[in-house]
Design a protein around this ligand. Structure first.
Ligand code: ZN
Length: 137
């Protein structure tokens, strides 16, 4: 059993100040980083959940959304502590990427070798500004 599978759903998560609380009704899966211009600044590893596997417990009024470029992806963050908790993906709008650093029981050593996804290649804005080949290994 992988370490990350030791967390048993529902997985509890919250932002740093605790105003935003949520639960995931699934195991951690498809862990990834993303190299788009927004995610590489945040730097966190995300787990993949279907929209109906994410349950907001509290903090709806404290949740801000940041949209840019095509405005399709929705990046949610706490207006008090600034932590990005989750985002609705542009590439797959039926999914959220959830910041696994927000999850109770999460261990930093689980994510040492997590791959990144080529978000930069899907960004209409980045294509004009960044040579994607510099991110390829
Ligand atoms: Zn907060």
């Amino acid at each position: 059993m992988q370490n990350s599978q030791k967390l048993i759903p529902p997985l509890s998560g919250k932002c740093h100040c605790g105003k935003i609380e949520f639960e995931l009704m699934c195991h951690l899966k498809d862990l990834k980083r993303c190299n788009c211009s927004h995610c590489r600044r945040k730097g966190f590893v995300m787990t993949t959940v279907k929209l109906d596997e994410f349950k907001l417990i509290s903090g709806k009024k404290d949740l801000m959304v940041y949209k840019w470029n095509t405005k399709i992806a929705k990046h949610y963050f706490c207006k008090h502590c600034g932590i990005n908790t989750h985002h609705q993906r542009r590439s797959k709008p039926n999914e959220y990427g959830v910041n696994i650093g927000c999850l109770e029981g999460f261990k930093m050593e689980w994510i040492e070798n997590v791959k990144y996804t080529e978000g930069v290649k899907f960004s209409l804005e980045d294509k004009t500004k960044i040579d994607a080949s510099i991110y390829e290994k």
